[in-house]
Design a protein around this ligand. Structure first.
Ligand code: FAD
Length: 454
């Protein structure tokens, strides 16, 4: 076998994480073979039923920059400087995400992003792209993968030197490790499912195109992200079972009535609502906890294959892209792959555990907490603290979305300390009162930050 440091690399999954990693590694002079079960996105129609667009934030952007791809992708991104909240009466209010015009997130079509990454990979002479080839097993001891040609149905064994499983939440590479007792996995399913629906482009956009729209309704919510063509992709998050649930919406006309009752302004922008509701898949959501990401110094999982999370912080892909930067740097720094893999898992796991937990917490914030006056008061106070003490207090959402130099685990632990400062400050202020400006913050603010070690 070749020296590990120069070993050729096989990546299963030419999704966003697999494609980006391939490009980074090829730039370092590595030979890469990318195996993808679907057809070539440069020629094939996008697969139906997959989530249509997603939000990119600073961590994802930094990874694209690291691979020198941001310039090519920037033209496809729609800026979202804040969330637009829609209440039951159709009134809207805009809450900026950050403190300045740089602290924004971007909507991008998943299909366009994936296609651009595959196009960039195809330009690298040392990347071999193989589509319509499904990995069905991995023989770790023999360093071979079993693949099935999706067109002919023929199965074959192919040797590998190093194998990366970037094949998503339902990873076949992970399943092969599990089947050989090389890892354990646990899935924590959410009791809420999701369904995507389209708000088609109209001559005048149905809603403000530069915002992430949220219809928070307590135990459920609708969100909509803008697309570059003035359409929006809406996603309904709703309990699977119960009085208000997907189960309860199966009757004819049920979805239209439900939307008219809870999201009347959104329903008006969805002419195909009934048809799409019937036809579009009802997706499940879960957090994946995988006990060990690598095996035998030859196989490593990353991206959703290692740590799929629920989508409420808009960080799953951003986190997978961040994996690529770290892995690229570790493979360059370590002479053998086994120690790079060990270092990768040690460094990354506290962060992926942290974002998994914060993503679940954010669901409650998005669907329920944002409606509470106390939440808005705390948010405003937090923004004032951030303005007055920018080095010492950064809102947790901002640390996750806009500060890639702060790890997810640091954001989580600092966030807890900051919550205590906010608790103490709100307790000191008269009910519903708020300083008019950062300059008027109570004198104790600084002392509270000192005491919290911030
Ligand atoms: P995937 O995107 O799943 O790609 C895996 C690839 O591997 C696919 O191309 C697949 O065809 C291929 N593959 C699978 N099995 C095999 C096999 N056996 N053999 C060969 N190839 C195989 N993240 C964000 O950062 N921001 C968001 O706003 C956001 N919104 C989301 C909304 C929803 C509703 C959902 C469900 C997720 C969202 N995410 C978001 C998460 C994001 O989609 C994932 O984290 C991201 O797609 C993971 O990328 P990946 O490349 O690891 O896996």
């Amino acid at each position: 076998m070749a020296e590990r440091s120069s070993a050729s690399i096989t990546i299963v999954g030419a999704g966003p994480v697999g494609s980006l990693l391939a490009i980074m590694l090829a730039r370092r002079g590595r030979r890469v073979r990318l195996i993808e079960r679907r057809g070539d996105p440069r020629t094939a129609a996008p697969e139906r039923g997959r989530s249509i667009n997603l939000a990119l934030a600073a961590r994802g952007l930094r990874a694209l920059e690291h691979a020198r791809l941001l310039g090519a992708i920037a033209a496809e991104m729609v800026v979202m400087p804040g969330r637009m909240l829609h209440d039951e009466n159709g009134a809207t209010s805009f809450l900026p995400y950050g403190q300045n015009e740089r602290e924004v997130i971007y909507a991008i079509s998943r299909e366009r992003l994936n296609r651009l990454l595959v196009e960039a990979a195809a330009k690298q002479a040392s990347i071999e792209l193989r589509f319509a080839l499904r990995c069905i097993d991995v023989d770790v001891d023999a360093c071979a993968i079993v693949v099935k040609d999706e067109r002919s149905g023929r199965e074959s064994r192919e040797p590998f030197e190093l194998l990366f499983g970037a094949d998503g939440a339902g990873s076949a590479v992970r399943a092969a490790l599990f089947a050989r007792g090389l890892t354990q996995t646990r899935e924590a399913p959410l009791a809420h499912d999701y369904k995507e629906l389209l708000m088609p482009a109209t001559p005048r956009a149905a809603f403000e195109p530069h915002a992430l729209h949220i219809w928070p309704r307590g135990d459920f919510m609708l969100i909509a992200l803008p697309n570059a063509d003035q359409s929006f992709t809406a996603t309904l998050f709703l309990p699977r079972h119960g009085a208000v649930s997907f189960d309860a919406l199966h009757s004819d006309g049920g979805a239209r009535m439900f939307f008219a009752q809870h999201f009347a302004d959104a329903a008006a922008a969805m002419p195909q609502l009934e048809q799409e509701f019937r036809q579009h898949p009802q997706g499940r959501l879960a957090t994946l906890y995988c006990e060990r990401w690598h095996a035998g110094g030859r196989v490593l999982l990353l991206g959703d294959a290692a740590h799929a999370i629920v989508p409420f912080h808009g960080q799953g892909l951003n986190c997978g892209f961040e994996d690529c930067i770290l892995l690229d740097e570790l493979l360059a720094a370590h002479t053998d792959a086994a120690s790079a893999f060990t270092a990768f898992e040690q460094r990354r796991r506290p962060d992926t555990d942290a974002i998994a937990a914060m993503a679940i917490e954010n669901y409650y914030e998005m669907r329920a907490a944002v409606r509470a006056p106390d939440f808005l008061r705390r948010k405003a106070l937090a923004a004032q603290l951030e303005q007055r003490f920018p080095q010492r207090f950064i809102q947790r959402y901002s640390m996750v979305m806009f500060h890639p130099e702060i790890s997810y685990s640091q954001a989580q632990s600092r966030g807890l300390l900051q919550e205590r400062v906010l608790d103490a400050l709100t307790a000191q202020l008269p009910a519903h009162a708020l300083p008019h400006s950062a300059a008027e913050l109570p004198a104790q603010a600084q002392q509270l930050l000192d005491e919290a070690g911030l």
